[in-house]
Design a protein. Structure first.
Length: 700
């Protein structure tokens, strides 16, 4: 007798003795009769399980029929399961209008503002579900117009702040959803919400049409965002949105308004992030000559204008400020007033900021290559900086960083020291490594570098890491680093960061690397961590590594870092396998993947695709290691959060193994004990199925 010939009573008995929903779902999908007979029972079983996930899954994936079955089976529409959100909130987040309508028909109360998430805190930008909120806010943020409309018609609140003080209108304005903004304004939402003014965040993100509409409907152009104590105009300037600035000015925004001090602060916000077009828009709306001619020339107003005009290259304004009596060496030392973080070499500027070093007008004129501004400041006897870098930042170095040859020349003509030494013995030549023109200029004007110890290594490091082959050629042609890089101990590792062209040049110049030696191994591990397939292939092609599967006892595959790019992961693993890397040599890489996924505080856990790729290349999930107290990766996986997909991958490898039933049962029994001890009952049915599948694999 076949199973399909059994009476319904026996089919129900079989159904209720299956381990989990995976097995019951597989049974009822074998034919139409079993589906019709058992489908309702499947949903009832889910409703009575510790994790009734059917409705949540339907809400997230927009499956209306599944949602109907789940509700009919008794799953509560006000219960969260795995995703920490109530079903209605999930449907609003993912934009499933029909599911929202269905849930509303089942009497969901949309009036509460809180309680739609069971999780107390979300790290900013952690996941697509990173925000708190209620249904209207969640849908408005994501642009789901029809859902917002349906919720408003159902009486949902539309203007209450969320846990983070956002309103639906401010969220829609921030994301640029003009149609939703119009609907909410027409529904009576406050365009001047106190904590998060919609116009401020629309201005910050460059939503021109939204800003225009809000201002046309009563938004205050001079409103202040209390959370940042900054105006909409300042936010637009800080973000560089010139068109938004024009709209705000046309609606009466005050270009001088700042509740904390200097009138030029909105202008300086634009200069902060090198948004010079936005700065010019504000400059043209201001009467700067009036500011220059009034007040104390040594006050913050004048100093800010001095520095800003130098950074922007506004030569006439710079002259006017200097002629008014503002000292050319005046600096902005308060990072809360003006930060001036350049777009390049930010780490250098931030280091000086952290040490409270002041930033001068000359420094930024040099960095941005404002030659005329530099000449004007030099005419007014500005200081070039003192040898003690704790006193003032060296403007000459900033000019070198920006590769501004004409500015560098002007500074050298004025007495700048080409051999200026900074902290850690850094010199201008080191910052000029990527520009042969600047290197030649500095060397022609007397720059020197003693090839000894840290100095030689430092310039070599910068050249190699930047991949500056032309810079290397220039240094060698000029007699710097002429010998085969005898001072470097880590040259290959640095060159790997600079790319394959840099590595090839280094090797072609006679740099010697011991095959499979420490330096070669370090270079390979760096290339693997960077998913640089071309570099991996080059290291093998040049014979630097061969027959190598482990580094310092750790399998090479373990050096793979976290990545969201599955194709890069696949290409790197396949490249290593093609070069003969044996996944069974050294410490099993599965241990490290599990450690990252389950135990480390890592927002970028390894993708699930790592596991099948490594398993396909021979990693053994069932082999324990002494340093892990004999526990195999399979046993380690029993205690992880949401480990079922990984366990399935591991169990699938049994299909191709020659393993007897007793040995398998011993493995699975140990795993079941581990799962029980770790309180992971949901993985136990997977273990049972693996046993029965192996036991009866020979049956027709």
């Amino acid at each position: 007798m076949q199973i399909l010939d059994l009476p319904n009573e026996l089919m129900f008995l079989i159904f209720h003795h299956l381990d989990d929903e995976y097995a019951t779902n597989a049974l009822l999908q074998t034919n139409k009769r079993l589906y019709a007979l058992l489908n309702k029972s499947l949903y009832i079983a889910n409703a009575h399980s510790p994790r009734p996930s059917a409705l949540e899954w339907a809400a997230r994936h927009g499956q209306v029929q599944t949602a109907c079955y789940a509700l009919e089976a008794g799953i509560s529409p006000t219960q969260a399961c795995e995703k920490d959100w109530l079903p209605l909130a999930l449907a609003c987040i993912y934009g499933h209008l029909d599911v929202v309508r269905l849930l509303l028909q089942h009497g969901i109360d949309t009036s509460p503002v809180g309680g739609w998430s069971t999780r107390d805190e979300y790290e900013e930008y952690e996941t697509p579900l990173d925000d708190h909120g209620y249904p209207v806010a969640l849908a408005a943020k994501r642009g789901h117009y029809e859902i917002v409309k349906l919720l408003l018609e159902a009486g949902a609140p539309s203007d209450e702040p969320t846990d983070r003080k956002n309103t639906p209108l401010s969220l829609a304005a921030e994301e640029g959803h003009l149609d939703i903004v119009k609907m909410l304004v027409q529904a009576g939402c406050n365009v001047n919400a106190e904590y998060v003014p919609p116009v401020c965040y629309a201005a910050r993100d460059g939503r021109v049409e939204v800003v225009q509409y809000l201002l046309d409907n009563g938004a205050d152009p001079n409103t202040i965002a209390p959370s940042r104590r900054i105006t909409a105009l300042e936010l637009a300037a800080w973000s560089g949105h010139s068109e938004v600035i024009k709209v705000l000015l046309n609606h009466g925004a005050d270009p001088y308004f700042n509740h904390r001090g200097p009138k030029v602060m909105p202008l300086c916000r634009a200069v902060d992030n090198a948004h010079f077009t936005a700065a010019e828009t504000l400059r043209d709306a201001m009467d700067l000559s009036k500011i220059i001619d009034s007040g104390d020339p040594n006050d913050a107003e004048h100093i800010l204008l001095l520095v800003a005009s130098a950074a922007c290259g506004w030569d006439s304004i710079l002259r006017a400020v200097l002629e008014r009596g503002t000292p050319p060496d005046a600096t902005v030392s308060d990072p809360n007033v003006l930060r001036f973080v350049p777009l390049k070499h930010r780490f250098y500027i931030r280091e000086h900021r952290a040490r409270d070093l002041p930033l001068s007008a000359l420094a930024f004129a040099c960095f941005y290559g404002r030659l005329e501004a530099v000449k004007i400041l030099l005419e007014h006897n500005v200081s070039l900086g003192e040898e003690d870098e704790e006193v003032i930042q060296n403007s000459f170095v900033l000019a070198v960083m920006g590769s501004h040859v004409d500015v560098i020349t002007a500074l050298l003509d004025h007495g700048a020291n080409p051999n200026y030494r900074q902290q850690y013995n850094e010199c201008p030549l080191m910052w000029a490594a990527t520009s042969p023109e600047v290197l030649n200029l500095l060397l022609d004007r007397g720059a020197t570098l003693e090839l000894s110890g840290q100095s030689a290594d430092s310039i070599l490091e910068k050249v190699l890491i930047k991949g500056a082959v032309d810079g290397m050629k220039t240094l060698q042609r000029r007699g710097i680093l002429a010998s085969p890089l005898i001072f470097a101990r880590l040259a290959l590792g640095w060159a790997v960061s600079g790319g394959t062209r840099m590595v090839e040049y280094l090797l072609d110049q006679g740099y010697k690397v011991e095959p499979n030696g420490e330096e070669a191994q370090r270079a390979l591990s760096n290339a693997v961590g960077d998913f640089d397939v071309d570099m991996i292939n080059l290291l093998y092609a040049r014979g630097l590594v061969y027959d190598l599967s482990a580094i310092s006892g750790q399998n090479i595959f373990s050096y793979l870092e976290c990545s969201g790019d599955d194709e890069k992961v696949r290409s790197t693993i396949n490249a290593l396998a093609a070069h003969g890397v044996d996944a069974t040599t050294g410490r099993n890489p599965l241990y490290d993947l599990l450690e990252l996924r389950f135990r480390c505080d890592c927002n970028c856990a390894p993708s699930l695709m790592y596991y099948p790729l490594l398993l396909d290349h021979g990693t053994d999930p069932f082999q324990g290691e002494e340093e892990m107290d004999g526990k195999s990766p399979f046993l380690e996986a029993m205690g992880g959060y949401d480990a079922r997909p990984i366990i399935r991958y591991m169990l699938k490898t049994l299909d191709g193994r020659n393993i007897n039933l007793e040995e398998l049962k011993e493995i699975l029994d140990l795993a079941e004990e581990e799962a029980i001890e770790r309180k992971k009952p949901d993985v136990i049915p997977l273990l049972h199925r693996a046993y029965w599948r192996k036991k009866y694999e020979g049956l027709p």
